[in-house]
Design a protein around this ligand. Structure first.
Ligand SMILES: [Zn+2]
Length: 133
C-alpha cells in the first residue's frame, strides 16, 4: 500500500511509511513528519491530501494577540492614574504585544503551523523562538 505523500513545507515527495507517522487525529488524519525537512504536516488518509497542521491562515493568530495586548496597554494608560502603576501593569502587555508582532511578521509558515496548530512543536522551532526573543 504505497501512498504517495508530498511535504507542504519543502515539497519533498515520497511514499508514506509508518515511521514517518508521529500522531493521529480525527477519523483518517495522520500527522506526518517529513523525512527531509522534519516539518510536521497533516495527511488526509481518505483523499491523500497533505496540508499544514494549523491550516494556512494561522498567521493572524499572533497578530490578533499582538493587537489585543497593545489595546490592553493603551486602556491601562487611560484608566489607571498613578504613572508608576501604569508602567508596572502595561509593560508586560507591551512586551507580549511586541513579541506577538515579531512572531507574526518573521516566523515561517511552518513555525506558525506548529505554534497555532494541533501538531507537536518541534525542538527546532522552539529553539528559533528562543533565539528571536
Ligand atoms: Zn519537508
Amino acid at each position: 500500500m504505497d501512498r504517495p505523500i508530498k511535504c507542504p513545507h519543502c515539497q519533498y515527495s515520497t511514499v508514506l511509511r509508518t515511521e514517518f507517522v508521529v500522531g493521529k487525529a480525527r477519523p483518517a488524519f495522520l500527522f506526518v513528519a517529513c523525512p527531509d525537512c522534519r516539518g510536521i504536516f497533516k495527511y488526509d488518509g481518505l483523499t491523500g491530501h497533505a496540508s499544514f497542521p494549523g491550516g494556512s491562515g494561522g498567521r493572524h493568530i499572533p497578530l490578533i494577540s499582538g493587537v489585543l495586548s497593545f489595546t490592553a496597554a493603551v486602556a491601562l494608560v487611560l484608566i489607571v492614574r498613578p504613572p508608576w502603576l501604569v508602567a508596572i501593569l502595561a509593560t508586560p502587555f507591551l512586551i507580549f504585544g511586541v513579541m506577538s508582532f515579531r512572531t507574526a511578521l518573521s516566523a515561517s509558515q511552518r513555525e506558525i503551523s506548529e505554534l497555532t496548530g494541533m501538531a507537536p512543536v518541534t525542538e527546532e522551532t522552539l529553539k528559533k523562538l528562543e533565539d528571536r526573543f
